[in-house]
Design a protein around this ligand. Sequence first.
Ligand SMILES: Cc1cc2nc3c(=O)[nH]c(=O)nc-3n(C[C@H](O)[C@H](O)[C@H](O)COP(=O)(O)O)c2cc1C
Length: 204
Amino acid sequence: MRTDGSRSRKLSQHYVDLWLRANPGGTVTTRDLAADPIPHIDMTSFSANLVAPEDRTPEQQAARALTDELVGEVLAADVIVLGSGLYNFGPPSTVKAWFDHLVVPGVTLGPDGGTLGDKQLVLTLANGGGYGPGSPKEGWDHRTPWLAHAFEQLGLTDVEVYTAELTLSRESPAMIPLDLGDAEDASFAAAIAAMEERFAGVTV
Ligand SMILES: Cc1cc2nc3c(=O)[nH]c(=O)nc-3n(C[C@H](O)[C@H](O)[C@H](O)COP(=O)(O)O)c2cc1C
């Protein structure tokens, strides 16, 4: 949602920069789901996927055009880098609205299962709190497993995850007294270091 101070945007950009160093000449398509939100799927767009193209109403044709644009971006990609905060223990609704357009019988869902098996998903995530092993809210981050599960349904199983936690440690009145600023910085630095390790020495 935010641009200034967004940790997930910083992580996404860093991953893309590293990827471009490793893949000179590669192309990057950017879609900002916060600045340009995707309309929620509705009966028109859902039903457009269930009828033959020649039987679609003008409204269904218009709805399907958006779906085709979004699906086309994903089908054209080798790597999908998805940056996201954690909102009320789940994905932002903008991410959910986008994903709902990607599930298209005959396109991303074939007769033998999902069709995105040749792609890689990179999740660059930010959490205001901490959800690691042993933390009081361990298991409350439902966004990360949901994203992996939802894309797995479309055949995509190659998933990398980079997460910066405790991003509200200096902003939330409830967290400021916990003095977790150093832990926040360490979490972000660890996510960046893991990316750089992934690209084995490529630096930006
Ligand atoms: C509407 C809203 C709900 C949020 N809910 C949670 C939450 O349930 N758990 C959490 O750890 N952080 C929560 N946060 C904090 C964000 O996940 C955190 O600020 C994160 O860094 C946002 O991503 P960004 O840094 O890329 O903007 C919420 C923030 C907003 C705006």
